[in-house]
Design a protein around this ligand. Structure first.
Ligand code: ATP
Length: 461
């Protein structure tokens, strides 16, 4: 068995393989490798693939949905295990006035330019400034049109007769469902400021230039938390949430050197925001936003008061004070967090591909294998499988050589493999193999659950 040692990204140092050749462990270089792994192993499929697919829409397969549920569960627990945060699940379709108040009808626009020659479309703010000034298409060099403003909200009709029906929008963010429920939640839960409301849900944006796999899609999920604070304490809370959010990504096992903050300068800062930082990740296609942390002041509640005519104030019983709270927002993409987990975990040593996923995110925690398809090994292995299943998500595989079976699990990020062989039958010990180091240890079948739990604990929360 060969061994490889890994450093953070493209490693120079490495252990000797058994044939003496050095093994160099690399991270993901080409998104196509990940897209193909995801399709082959059932993480992500192109949507409506039998019809040729639909641009920038993707379906999660059996392993993808497990990974996604793990991402959401970790986020949800990190938020709602706190005494000061409540959860909510608001409707996707909202009163059309919501989007006037929020500024989306007038302002949720991106500048769009078209290439007259190759017909490609670009977001003017995402292409090179020199190319834009020269009106030169970045892909074919053809002439670009003047930028046009393009609203990103999907419109639809509510009501059976299209002509009379009201135009409504598919929500482009989950946050508004939280703002309009601020008083409902506060009064029903009897929370006192400061407190937060968390929500996970779908959002829709008619993006001009979707792409890079599930990085930018037209239908996606957000994990947003809006924290309501007393004006004057907002910057303090903003700083706290910035730190807590980057720590959450680190706790998911994401490499520190691949994460950074990007502060919105005066030109980038939204009109409502007093301060905004993005948490960025270094993808193979460059540093890109993963999550936004924004100090939104009293803009949102203030606007909903104005447009609805309803007071959205908080009454502080102790201070006998009434005010419109300020909001500190943390807004992460669920699909993007999942993409970061996959990109960051991808490892290749010239021979073996594995996903070094944090065990809390891995779709399966353990795989159990009978060394051969012999009834007595199978029977033992089924018992081990059943006992582990009470504690972890477990899978089993008895097809092909043991080496091939290990590789199959490495590729989907299963942290441990447990092999039952003839020695197991006589001395009740099994081989446990570690995904990342490929180290194999012999442990008693009885102590397996404790052994795995301890390893997971040492991995970090
Ligand atoms: P951009 O400027 O890149 O379009 P944004 O600043 O508009 O993004 P936000 O509105 O702050 O993004 O959205 C919060 C989070 O939601 C983002 O950090 C990202 O993780 C996720 N997100 C936004 N748009 C998309 C999308 N089209 N596909 C997938 N995730 C998205």
């Amino acid at each position: 068995m060969t061994e490889s040692t890994e450093t953070s990204d493209v490693s120079q140092a490495s252990a000797q393989a058994s044939d003496g050749a050095p093994k160099v462990v690399q991270g993901l270089k080409d998104m196509a490798d990940l897209v193909s792994l995801c399709k082959r192993r059932g993480f992500v499929f192109p949507s409506s693939e039998v019809y040729g697919g639909i641009n920038a829409c993707w379906d999660y397969g059996p392993l993808g949905i497990e990974l996604k549920r793990n991402v959401k569960e970790r986020w949800w627990r990190a938020m709602t295990d706190r005494e000061d945060i409540e959860g909510i699940d608001a409707a996707i379709l909202m009163h059309p006035r919501v989007w006037e108040a929020s500024g989306h009808v007038a302002g949720f626009v991106d500048p769009l330019v078209d290439c007259k020659k190759c017909k490609s479309r670009f977001r003017a703010d995402k292409i090179d400034a020199a190319a834009l000034a020269a009106k030169k298409c970045p892909s074919c060099g053809g002439e670009l049109t003047e930028p046009r403003q393009f609203n990103l909200m999907f419109k639809t009709f509510m009501g059976p007769v299209e002509e009379d029906a009201a135009i409504i929008y598919m929500r482009p963010e989950t946050a508004q469902g939280i703002y309009v429920n601020f008083l409902n939640v506060q009064q029903s839960s009897r929370q006192k400021i400061p407190f937060g409301i968390a929500q996970i849900g779908k959002a829709f944006r008619n993006e001009i230039t979707p792409g890079n796999f599930i990085f930018r899609t037209r239908e996606f999920e957000q994990m947003e938390m809006q924290y309501f604070v007393k004006p004057g304490t907002d910057m303090e809370w903003f700083e706290k949430w910035k730190q807590m959010r980057i720590q959450w990504h680190l706790d998911n096992g994401i490499r520190k050197e691949k994460l950074r903050f990007h502060e919105h300068g005066p030109g980038e800062l939204a009109h409502y925001a007093r301060a905004a930082f993005d948490i960025e990740y270094e993808f193979p296609f460059g540093w890109q936003e993963l999550e936004g942390i924004h100090n939104r002041t009293d803009f949102d509640l203030g606007r909903h008061q104005q447009y609805s005519g309803k007071k959205l104030e908080y009454f502080d019983e102790e201070a006998k004070e009434r005010y419109v709270p300020y909001i500190v927002e943390t807004s992460a993409g669920c699909d993007r967090t999942l993409l970061v987990a996959l990109v960051d975990a991808y490892r290749f040593d010239g021979d073996r591909v594995w996903l070094a996923l944090h065990p809390a995110l891995a779709p399966y925690k353990v795989a159990v294998y009978p060394l051969m398809k012999k009834p007595e090994l199978r029977e033992y292995s089924e018992k081990v499988y059943a006992s582990l299943k009470k504690h972890f998500r477990v899978t089993t595989d008895d097809a092909g050589s043991i080496g091939k079976r290990y590789r199959r699990q490495d590729e989907i990020g299963t942290p441990f493999g447990v092999t039952i062989d003839y020695d197991t039958l006589s001395n009740h010990t099994v081989t446990i193999r570690h995904r990342d180091s490929m180290v194999q240890e012999r442990v008693s079948a009885e102590s397996l659950v404790r052994y795995i739990e301890e390893k997971f604990e040492s991995w970090g929360k």
